[in-house]
Design a protein around this ligand. Structure first.
Ligand code: XUL
Ligand code: CO
Length: 437
């Protein structure tokens, strides 16, 4: 096939002094950090939806993206051609993985049967291109939010037929993911939430969501799919309240409905910030529960209150993210998936390269800085010291469950006052982080 990007060579590592905008300054795939290559640590994935289907439209204006390979039609032939372009891009970038929604890769037909046929026809090309390039599928997912049938949600719709249709879609998307050797499958809430409680039976909707996920777990077993299931928290957009609003809400939901053993979380930066948290907060919540699975890497704009899905370039963000990822043992099935889109004003194809190169370099730096902070050890030692009162004496007895309120009263009556507190040293620690950035 004729090259779509003939003037762009495979993106190479040229080091921090390079002035070539089409080269990596920090991401060197084979460089070893904490005993693993950067490629193995970061497991970068390109998203099909923003990178190959994003038009640049916004609520005030039409699409702006120049994508000369795309004829703009909804035909299967156009979808198949787009796959080949996508794989040339991913291969030149050197990202080992990609991710899709069913409807990004193949067009919806006039009914479920035709839609599934379209999907199979494109999946065939996806499989051939995966084999040709060695690119792998990090995860697949189903788009249960764009079509008007999902106006009231999918598994949480008031209309039982919509639940049934969504189930068929997820069944098929899981099967295609399995066929393509996908390492995971993601559930993002889409429209699973409410716009007003006046028309909503919240308990019933949440039970339906849980039922839906249990059916997916059963189908996973039935087809022998061994990939990891993820839930991706997001607090708002498109509904006023999304049931999967943040990591803590997802974990509580999974526990309540006996789903926790089957799911990990896919934490997305701008979703965490929309929830009023930092990315690091939601990573720590997931990690502490043993449920940190994967990340959707992006960032928001401090001055815009919606999900802007920008490429991550902030080194503090990537450092804190990688500190948490390393702390919880690194990615197993998950990875750094760029759920990010070029700005509407960045409409040339080459901008797709700049955006991903920048994101990959930012994460490579974050990884190296996080590893250096861990090797230095002062941060971890400070935290350890801060909790040293729990290592022996009364602290150890409380943790071991050896004392109750009565014994604690005896202890404190005798002691009279607590051991003086010591400083939290936030500024000292912030300066310490800056030593490495
Ligand atoms: C939406 C979002 C999705 C999921 C996959 O905000 O992040 O693209 O990642 O459905
Ligand atoms: Co996402």
């Amino acid at each position: 096939m004729k090259s779509t990007f003939p003037n762009i060579k495979t993106i190479a590592y040229e080091g921090p002094n390079s002035k070539n905008p089409l080269a990596f300054k920090h991401y060197q795939a084979d460089e070893i950090v904490e005993g693993k290559t950067m490629r193995e640590h970061l497991r970068f994935a390109v998203v099909y939806w923003h990178t190959f289907r994003g038009t640049g439209s916004d609520p005030f204006g039409a699409g702006t993206m120049q994508r000369p390979w795309d004829d703009g039609s909804n035909s299967v032939a156009n979808a198949q051609k787009r796959v080949r372009v996508a794989f040339e891009f991913i291969q030149k970038l050197g990202a080992p993985y990609y991710c899709w929604h069913d409807r990004d890769v193949a067009p919806e037909g006039k009914n479920l049967k035709e839609t599934n046929r379209n999907f199979d026809a494109v999946a065939k090309v996806l499989k051939a291109e995966q084999q040709r390039t060695g690119t792998k599928l990090l995860w697949g997912t189903a788009n249960l939010f764009s079509h008007p049938r999902f106006v009231h949600g999918a598994s949480t719709s008031c209309n039982a037929d919509v639940f049934a249709f969504a189930a068929c879609q997820v069944k098929k998307a899981m099967e295609v993911t399995h066929e393509l050797g996908g390492e995971g499958y993601t559930f993002w809430g889409g429209r699973e939430g409410y716009m007003t409680l006046l028309n909503t039976d919240m308990k019933r909707e949440q039970e339906h969501l849980a039922k839906f996920l249990h059916l997916a777990v059963a189908h996973k077993k039935a087809i022998g799919f061994k990939g990891q299931f993820y839930i991706e928290p997001k607090p708002k957009e498109p509904t006023k309240h999304q049931y999967d609003s943040d990591a803590a809400a997802c974990l509580n939901f999974l526990r309540e409905y006996d789903l926790l053993p089957h799911f990990k979380l896919n934490i997305e930066t701008n979703h965490a910030t929309l929830a009023g948290h930092t990315m690091q907060h939601d990573l720590e919540v997931a990690g502490a529960a043993g449920a940190l699975g994967s990340i959707d890497a992006n960032t928001g704009d401090e001055l815009l209150g919606w999900d802007t899905d920008q490429f991550p370039t902030n080194i503090y963000l990537t450092t804190y993210t990688m500190l948490s990822v390393l702390k919880y043992g690194g990615f197993k099935t998950g990875g750094v998936n760029f759920d990010a889109k070029v700005r509407r004003e960045s409409f040339e194809p080459v901008d797709l390269f700049y955006a991903h190169i920048g994101g990959m370099d930012a994460f490579a730096r974050g990884l190296k800085i996080a590893a250096a902070i861990r090797k230095d050890g002062r941060l971890a030692e400070f935290v350890k010291q801060r909790y040293s009162s729990w290592e022996s004496g009364i602290g150890a007895k409380i943790e071991a469950g050896k004392v109750g309120f009565k014994e604690l009263e005896t202890y404190m009556l005798k002691k009279g006052e607590v051991t003086p507190n010591v400083s939290g040293r936030q500024e000292f620690l912030e300066n310490l982080i800056n030593e490495f950035i």
